[in-house]
Ligand binder design. Structure first.
Ligand code: HEM
Length: 408
């Protein structure tokens, strides 16, 4: 505490670095870097206090696999980057915020669900949804908002297929998940939508007992709920986590990726001519865009050393993924977008270590299919606005554009 009192928090660089006028593809302004004593330095947090910002690729890896750092944002002293809602009673399955055994208990139940054979089952369904959304956009006529018509609907339809939501309920599910994700929704609206989805998922979990399908909810009901390893309310809250964690991230990746390709029409054309380029291009887009731009906050539970810096129990740290994904000791010419970059797969856009994104096979499939169909079906796609005039959401957990008006 003695040391902490001496820290001049007001004099530290304010984090997150990105401001409303920045280029969407540049995660950190040069002027911020000048003020920041890297590679590990103190920053001022948006809601008070300070934290260590960890920026180097190797240091971020070390931090994110270290069991002495907590993800529990309700612990006192946690380096909060975004306003957090009060702790909910029904948040029993939100393992992204859990540590140790409580975390691995849930995570283990889900690993098999994201194995390649389960993703393959969903791929044709994603393809069908992607094509439908694009053809609907075409029928509405140009100009259209690519975020609204395409990037936002695709991930929630995908989650419906993953969970096994019946077709009759898709519109209801989509509508309420949009309300939850929409920044313009008021707290009462969000609460109502969360309630409606909880009821839907609760009924669905009950229905899967008697009428199972080949989906995640059916399998978890049969294998975990029936034997008494998992409660129904835990499963409902797990399903909500999958919806929330997989929605904004993937939607913003689709939107920003489209924006990159509109800025570089030669890559859009290359994708059309050689679909085999898609997986590599997706990895480079994940690296280059790093949509979880505010980084991953953690609280030190014990004294530790990261990248040579002593960190004390009780101090906050933030793994700055956007900078570690541009670490020049790993990525040559890191600020260049190079869809054939060989080391692109070393990015940490999905995090790393204990909490590394469990949905990544699904996210990759969605991105690949979405970009391929976009390139194929809209060869003349153009942005309606100059890059600087595309409205951004700079301070959101997940970085993205607010809308993306396009024509063709
Ligand atoms: C965790 C990014 C898509 C489900 C994470 C983490 C990141 C991330 C950075 C680590 C969080 C941490 O360490 O605190 C992304 C990106 C995506 C994406 C960039 C899209 C491009 C998805 C999808 C799903 C999903 C599609 C599910 C359907 C999860 C879950 C966790 C997680 C459940 C928590 C894992 C744990 O705590 O062990 N994601 N994600 N994500 N993601 Fe994703």
């Amino acid at each position: 505490v003695g040391d902490m009192a001496e820290i001049d928090v007001a004099g530290l660089p304010a984090y997150p670095f990105i401001g409303p006028d920045d280029d969407p593809f540049t995660p950190v302004k040069g002027s911020d870097l000048d003020r920041f004593e890297g590679p590990i330095g103190k920053v001022r947090l948006p809601f008070g206090g300070w934290a260590w910002l960890v920026t180097r690729h190797e240091d971020v890896r070390q931090l994110l696999r270290h069991p002495g750092f907590s993800s529990d944002q309700y612990k006192p002293g946690f380096p909060v980057l975004n306003p957090i809602p009060p702790k909910q009673d029904d948040a029993s399955g939100l393992f992204i915020f859990m540590d140790g055994d409580a975390h691995s208990r849930f995570r283990r139940m889900l690993t098999a669900e994201f194995m390649i054979k389960n993703i393959r089952r969903i791929e044709p369904l994603i393809e069908k949804d992607v094509i439908e959304a694009l053809e609907r956009m075409r029928s509405l006529g140009a100009p259209a908002d690519l975020m609204n018509e395409f990037a936002l609907p695709v991930p929630s339809m995908t989650i419906c297929h993953l969970l096994g939501v019946p077709y009759a309920d898709h519109d209801f599910f989509q509508h309420h998940s949009r309300v939850i994700m929409d920044r313009k929704s008021g707290p009462a609206e969000v609460e109502e939508a969360l309630g409606a989805l909880t009821v839907l998922l609760g009924n669905l979990v009950k229905a899967k007992r008697t009428d199972p399908g080949e989906d995640l909810l059916s399998r978890l009901v049969a294998e975990r709920v029936v034997p008494g390893e998992l409660r129904e309310d835990e499963l409902v809250s797990l399903a909500m986590l999958l919806l929330v964690a997989g929605h904004e991230t993937t939607a913003n990746m689709i939107g920003l990726s489209a924006l990159v390709l509109l800025e570089h029409p030669e890559h859009l054309a290359a994708l059309r001519e050689d679909p085999g380029l898609a997986p590599g291009m997706v990895e480079e887009l994940l690296r280059y865009l790093t949509v979880v731009r505010t980084g991953l906050p953690r609280l030190a539970l014990e004294d530790a050393e990261i990248g040579g810096q002593k960190i004390r129990a009780g101090e906050g740290v933030v793994a700055m993924l956007a900078m570690s994904n541009r670490d020049s000791s790993v990525f040559g010419d890191p600020d260049e977008f190079d869809p054939k970059r060989r080391e692109a797969h070393r990015h940490m856009a999905f995090g790393f270590g204990l909490h590394q994104c469990i949905g990544q096979p699904l996210a990759r499939a969605e991105l690949r299919i979405a970009l391929l169909e976009l390139a194929r079906r809209f060869p003349g796609l153009r942005s309606e606005r100059a890059l600087a005039d595309v409205p951004q959401r700079p301070m959101a957990v997940t970085f993205g554009v607010a809308e993306l008006p396009v024509t063709w």
